[in-house]
Structure formats: C-alpha cells, structure tokens
Design a protein around this ligand. Structure first.
Ligand code: THU
Length: 160
C-alpha cells in the first residue's frame, strides 16, 4: 500500500482590477457572452471566452433545452466552436463567468466535470497548458495554471 499526494495550486484575486490587462479583457468578454446565455430553466447564465494563439477570441454560453440533458454548458459550446473554426490552433487561456437571475453568484464558478474532461483533450493535444480563470458575477476570481490541474487522474487517449 502506498499513499500519494495530489497537489495543485491556484491564484485567487480579490477583484477584476487585480488581473493582468489581458486576463481582465478576456474575463470581460466572458461576462458579455454570459448575457447571451439561453437559460430559461436554471436561470444560471454562464459565459466562456477562449483566447487562441492566433489572437482570435471565441465565445460560448450555456444553451438549455426543455429536455434538460439536451442543453450544453458554455465551456463546451466555446471549445467546440474554437475547434470547428480554428482546428489545431492552440488555446492560450480560458475565462469563465456565471450569474443567476435568482441569486447573487458571489463565488468563483469552476467548469463542471464534463467540461473539464472535454477541455483536457485540447490541452493534451496542444502539449501546452492553458490557464483557466473563473468567477461568479462578483467576488473573488480564481486562476489555475492549467486545465489538467483541475482534473487529477483524468482519462485520456493513452488508456485506449
Ligand atoms: N453550466 C455551464 O454552462 N458550465 C458549467 O461548467 C456548469 C454549468 C450551465 C449548464 C446549465 O445550463 C446551467 O449552467 C445550470 O447547471
């Protein structure tokens, strides 16, 4: 028997103004993208903004459906849009922001497990980590150094 330790670190910022200019710009895009979410069921609006290596910014927001599981998260909408428009172009960073029309989202909202798994495929393929920056509507902002730091023991193509 052996014990192993899994560690990861993240930086926590107290407000948007504490971010670098580029991170701030990308988070503002995610905040704007959130405004176009279609979330009549959960009332939870998520925006995602990907900065790509070619300078393009690709946005996504959650798109819900009356048959609930048929909806899609903001992060996957964004990353699949990026993959379809700019195949093979590296992701430099991802910003995510969430708000709700029923509560004040004052905690950083990290990507769900399915989005982490989906995003991990892209980080692994590009062989370069990309930071993930996430927040609620207000409050602290978390920045992780990579996607995989959010997904220990992840499943990847090497297992197939
Ligand atoms: N949602 C996202 O867009 N991203 C996440 O990482 C978590 C959840 C969406 C899905 C659904 O439309 C709503 O938020 C509530 O779960």
């Amino acid at each position: 028997m052996k014990q192993i330790k899994i560690t990861s670190s993240a930086t926590v910022y107290s407000n948007l103004g504490a971010l670098s200019t580029e991170d701030q710009m990308l988070m503002n895009k995610a905040i704007k993208a959130r405004g176009n979410a279609y979330a009549p069921y959960s009332k939870f609006h998520v925006g995602a903004a990907l900065l790509l290596d070619n300078g393009e910014i690709v946005l996504g927001n959650n798109q819900e459906n009356a048959a609930y599981p048929s909806g899609m998260c903001a992060e996957r909408v964004a990353v699949w849009q990026a993959g379809s428009l700019f195949p093979g172009v590296k992701i430099k960073k991802l910003a995510i922001s969430a708000s709700s029309t029923i509560t004040k989202v004052d905690k950083p909202i990290g990507p769900c497990g399915a989005c982490r798994q989906t995003l991990s495929e892209y980080e692994i393929n590009q062989k370069e980590p990309f930071p993930v920056i996430f927040m609620g509507e207000v409050g602290e902002i978390v920045k992780t150094p990579s996607l995989l730091s959010l997904l220990p023991f992840s499943f990847d193509s090497s297992y197939l």
